[in-house]
Ligand binder design. Structure first.
Ligand code: ATP
Ligand code: MG
Length: 401
């Protein structure tokens, strides 16, 4: 933890309650940002083309336009005293245009790095943070020149991937060539497929004055490339490795000159040592699904940290007051009966369990793979949180973890 961030200068620059905070993107992350902003007394404005976007539905003002629409950007800038983003793939040009008129955090340049796996990996290297062995494939020559040691690997599009989309697992050169064709011969990164012992992430917040705080490290379980379960504290990761992850996340935020909330995902891989070794996977320039437990298990949530960094308020180090397990609720849950028609999951059955915090995002239509909500179980000890979360998963028909 760094020292107190309250300085007369920072306090003088803070936006007063009643000011409007703007957000690019109207998904669930924007919705939870809006809720946090509202509880600190701010008004909110959301830009998203969807008239029924989760954040647009709860904001004071909804600008229904495309991200690059001039009139929409002008309306958001007009309405807002400062603007942030909730969607990783908001075009960086849109943030640049907004920044000509209003303070924007994180800055377009930092978002651009997080949007491109090649730039992201170059940044890891520059900050001295290890990442998976990889090669850039943007031409047939680069495809042919891939070192054999990277196979078996995972071919990932350099841009516009999320939730495991734009990724193909490849075993040999023939499969690699076919996968690159399948991905439209777009610029890609081939990563060596690593044997993962665990996955963890760090959510760090950095203010304009350079002060940083972070959430305690969380451990994540993915299914089919999508986050399924987050556990805090991490059950399987040595404290020294957790501390290293925090140091790396801070180094990455600091060297980007980042302002806002940044999530860094890491793999724990075998290197023959007892603890294993840490490898950075990717960064998200916004709050992250793996930090959702902070709403209920920490005394400052990742969304409040985003509000504080945007409004120029002091950062206070979050404290995990309860061990927690977060379960993602994907649209698949609505189709468990095998029917084509969506059926509401049995919420009362899980709300009857102690320490269950249910968050639904207000999306009208459930679709397989769509993030519809999450639930966090808090308890006095990690064993109880885990046992109750397993029971909740069973009652909903989620796979065991
Ligand atoms: P996100 O929704 O987190 O943005 P994404 O589509 O960008 O996801 P990644 O984080 O790159 O995808 O990968 C998704 C998951 O696939 C990882 O969390 C991990 O479980 C697995 N994975 C990715 N890269 C590797 C690798 N090099 N070796 C082994 N497993 C990997
Ligand atoms: Mg990821």
């Amino acid at each position: 933890m760094s020292g107190p961030a309250t300085t007369p200068a920072a306090a003088a620059a803070a936006l007063p309650p009643g000011a409007t905070l703007g957000v690019m993107g109207g998904g669930q992350l924007g919705r939870m940002f809006v809720h946090a902003a509202q509880s600190l007394g701010y008004a909110t404005a959301v830009l998203d083309a969807d008239p029924a976007s989760p954040a647009g539905l709860v904001a004071h003002r909804h600008v229904a336009s495309a991200y690059l629409d001039e009139a929409g950007l002008a309306a958001l800038a007009e309405a807002s005293a400062a603007i942030t983003t909730e969607f990783e793939n908001v075009p960086a040009q849109a943030l640049e245009r907004l920044a000509a008129r209003r303070p924007v955090a994180p800055a377009a340049a930092a978002v651009r790095v997080c949007q491109d796996r090649a730039a992201e990996k170059a940044h890891f290297r520059q900050a001295g943070v290890p990442c998976a062995p990889h090669a850039l494939i943007a031409s047939a020559e680069q495809l042919d020149a891939v070192p054999a040691g990277l196979l078996p690997g995972i071919l990932k599009t350099a841009q516009l991937g999320y939730d495991g989309k734009g990724q193909v697992r490849v075993g040999d050169r023939a499969a690699l060539a076919a996968a690159w064709d399948q991905l439209g011969r777009r610029p890609c990164v081939l990563e060596q497929r690593l044997a993962l012992r665990a996955e963890i992430s760090v959510v760090v917040a950095r203010g304009a004055d350079g002060a940083m705080v972070e959430l305690p490290v969380q451990q994540n379980l993915h299914r089919d490339g999508i986050l399924a379960v987050t556990q805090v504290p991490p059950p399987d990761v040595a404290p020294a490795l957790q501390a290293e992850a925090v140091r790396s996340a801070r180094a990455l935020a600091g060297s980007l000159g980042y302002v806002g909330v940044l999530c860094v995902e890491f793999f724990v891989v075998d290197d023959g040592s007892a603890d294993g070794a840490l490898v950075a996977n990717e960064m998200a320039p916004r709050p992250h699904n793996s930090g959702h437990h902070s709403l209920d298990a920490c005394d400052v949530s990742q969304f409040e940290l985003q509000v504080r960094t945007l409004a120029g308020l002091p950062l206070a180090a979050p404290r995990l007051h309860s061990p927690a397990v977060m379960l993602n609720l994907l649209g698949d849950l609505w189709f468990r009966g095998g029917d084509d028609a969506a059926v509401e999951p049995p919420w009362p059955a899980v709300l009857a369990l102690p320490g269950v915090h249910l968050h639904l995002y207000g999306k009208a239509e459930a679709r397989p793979g769509r993030k519809m909500g999450h639930l966090t179980v808090t308890a006095a000890d990690a064993g109880t949180a885990c046992a109750v979360a397993r029971e909740a998963a069973a009652r909903l028909g989620l796979p065991p973890f």
